[in-house]
Design a binder for this molecule. Structure first.
Ligand code: NDP
Length: 255
């Protein structure tokens, strides 16, 4: 097998949650370019239809499934639809997520729960439901999108629930990697720095100094710079990697 063949996704089936925009959309595009059939799962069907149109232009099978990752029934229905339409699932990218700034002294319980139900419970539930199928089939790769916010405390904004949930996603990654290693299922995470998408308010003047100028590379990432890392983790190129949290942050966490 040539080195580039190890990155091939031909004959594989991948699900990307939150695959209709931002980082998830770039990852779906990358996996499709490498030959994978793709399912994207998100809530906004109009936005998903636009993303699917682009994926289909690449000549791969691509479907969208309306699913809220915090809802177990919707995730189960998603897995059934994808398996029935595209075949057994080889890759799950747990990318869907939300973020908001919050002061710890005033944060309401329902806001805490809303964030955790998507950013942590959603990763757990999707991994469990897809993991059951992968373990049974003896193969699979799960990629969780964590964050540098799970490694350091960001500034100047406060958003402790976001960072706490991302730190938990990193440890969820290690825990499931250990538990499923003997079953042929690998579980890894990516911890991006600031990426120019809707979630990161990169346009705010007040944040630019901390979010861009303090990055050793002095810029934000683009979603397209995260996609190749996901492709490596999805493919046989990373066949001996499991439980890793790959930091992709232009050097942000070095200082
Ligand atoms: P975007 O806001 O651009 O996209 C978020 C995606 O998640 C959308 O596709 C959205 O689709 C989907 N989504 C949100 N909530 C749900 C839900 N309940 N069920 C299903 N899908 C949902 O964000 P990014 O692309 O920036 O972020 C993607 C991931 O990367 C997140 O996990 C984020 O925490 C992480 N990350 C982002 C960084 C950044 O700087 N941008 C840095 C580090 C990590 P829809 O609304 O249609 O459901």
């Amino acid at each position: 097998m040539s080195i580039l063949d190890r990155f091939s996704m031909r004959g594989k089936v991948s699900i990307v949650t939150g695959g209709n925009r931002g980082i998830g959309r770039a990852i779906a595009q990358g996996l499709a370019e490498a030959g994978s059939a793709i399912a994207i799962a998100a809530r906004d069907e109009e936005q998903s239809a636009i993303a699917i149109g682009e994926l289909q232009k690449l000549g791969v099978e691509a479907i969208s499934v309306k699913a809220d990752v915090s809802n177990r029934e919707e995730l189960e229905a998603m897995v059934n639809t994808v398996t029935r339409t595209l075949g057994p699932i080889d890759v799950l990218v747990n990318n869907a997520g939300i973020g908001f700034h919050a002061n710890a002294l005033t944060l309401e319980d329902d806001e805490w729960q809303r964030l955790f139900s998507i950013n942590l419970d959603g990763v757990w539930k999707a991994s469990q439901i897809v993991g059951r199928q992968m373990v049974k089939n003896g193969r699979g790769s799960i990629i969780n999108i964590g964050s540098i916010s799970g490694l350091i405390v960001n500034r100047p904004q406060w958003h402790s629930p976001y960072g706490i949930a991302k730190a938990a996603v990193h440890h969820l990654t290690r825990s499931l990697a250990a538990e499923w290693a003997q079953s042929g299922v690998r579980v890894n995470a990516i911890a991006p720095g600031y990426v120019k998408t809707e979630i990161a308010s990169t346009e705010y003047e007040d944040y630019r100094h901390y979010w861009r100028d303090e990055v050793p590379m002095q810029r934000y990432a683009t979603p397209e710079e995260i996609a190749p890392v996901a492709l490596m983790l999805a493919s046989d190129a990373s066949s001996f990697m499991t439980g890793s949290v790959l930091v992709v942050d232009g050097g942000y966490t070095l200082w």
